[in-house]
Design a protein around this ligand. Structure first.
Ligand code: XMP
Length: 319
């Protein structure tokens, strides 16, 4: 990792020279890339950095707290948390169609981010966690068929619209290098090795209409999936592991009573590039623990299924 130590030093020198005394804004998502960008900028310019976390209400359990702990409490960075759950849920009310859900979430995100960024008056730069593979992808294939399968939400166009100059300090790095850099900068393993999480968050795992109640059920089930996979020592060996709340109810029995409750699907995949993926062949006893815990601990769920579809033809996310 000597090379990344050098990279960090060189990047910090470069950032200081480019930024001078001006202010930089950085969006935080809880994910690895934006966290590493923020940590790098904090090392370089400290109080001249302002971070924005838009909590869209679709984050995983404890995600907002993890970001606050890391960037506000540990790094003492200037962190603006936008609690936008109500706005996102209002925008999603009655919407069932997956692409429309993504469209509305992407739009609401830009609105929220813009509104918060405008409050930071002396902001001049916007930092983004663009990686080398993103740089390649945004070239010739951008409007190819793959791009239109799902609307991937990012903040493309935002810097220009806001009149910001863009800083992309990770442009030359691959994902594994970004993780190593994160560790080098003092980010905790838990954050650096976190599985990828889609921009639209739990909304694309809460099939059909998104409601506060459904999100609460999904969030609890999802936390159990992740916790059990971690306990089994398999988190790093899997690429993504999560719960999906199905828009299906089925009959069950609890004691003497009949139940008619929701079904949850567990999705766990192994992949190198996220373009193709195999479902993870998890041990049966682990699947059993996940199922028992979800059914016992998550009110409103009486059935758990394991998704054994590969990509293609299934995608990793269900929407
Ligand atoms: P699919 O479901 O297309 O997902 O097989 C491939 C990978 O992309 C993630 N994903 C997203 N990431 N914004 C993101 O930043 C999005 O809108 C989005 N949709 C899917 C997905 O979690 C998987 O890692």
């Amino acid at each position: 990792s000597w090379r990344l130590g050098d990279f960090a030093d060189a990047a910090i020198t470069q950032i200081r020279a480019a930024v001078g005394k001006k202010r930089v804004i950085c969006g935080l998502s809880g994910g690895v890339d934006s966290s590493v960008v923020a940590a790098l900028l904090y090392k370089a310019i400290g109080p001249q950095l302002s971070c924005i976390l838009v909590d869209n209400g679709m984050l995983r359990k404890n995600e907002q707290r993890i970001v606050i702990d890391e960037f506000s409490n540990h790094f003492k960075a200037d962190l603006h948390v936008v609690d936008a759950e109500d706005q996102f849920l209002d925008d999603l009310a009655g919407v069932e169609e997956p692409q429309e859900k993504r469209r509305r979430i992407g739009y609401a995100f830009i609105e929220c981010f813009k509104a918060e960024a405008k409050k930071i008056e002396d902001a001049h730069f916007l930092a983004q966690g663009t990686l080398y593979p993103d740089v390649i992808e945004s070239g010739a294939d951008k409007d190819g068929p793959a791009a239109t399968i799902k609307l991937h939400h990012n903040v493309g166009g935002l810097p220009e619209e806001l009149g910001f100059e863009l800083i992309e300090p990770l442009r030359d790095l691959f994902k594994d290098e970004v993780r190593r850099l994160g560790l080098e900068l003092g980010l905790p393993e838990q954050l650096v090795w976190r599985h990828p999480f889609p921009g639209p968050g739990l909304a694309v795992r809460c099939l059909g209409e998104v409601t506060r109640e459904k999100l609460a059920v999904l969030r609890e089930a999802d936390a159990i999936v992740v916790e059990e996979i971690e306990n089994a020592g398999l988190y790093r060996e899997t690429s993504q592991a999560f719960a999906v709340l199905l828009p299906v109810q089925s009959v069950g029995v609890m004691g003497d009573a009949r139940t008619y409750d929701n079904a949850v699907a567990v999705r766990c995949v192994n992949t190198d590039d996220f373009m193709t993926a195999d479902w993870s062949h998890l041990p049966y006893d682990l699947l059993a623990r996940i199922s028992t815990r979800i059914i016992n601990e998550v009110k409103g769920v009486n059935r758990v299924c394991y998704d054994i579809s590969s990509k293609p033809p299934a995608t990793i996310e269900w929407e």
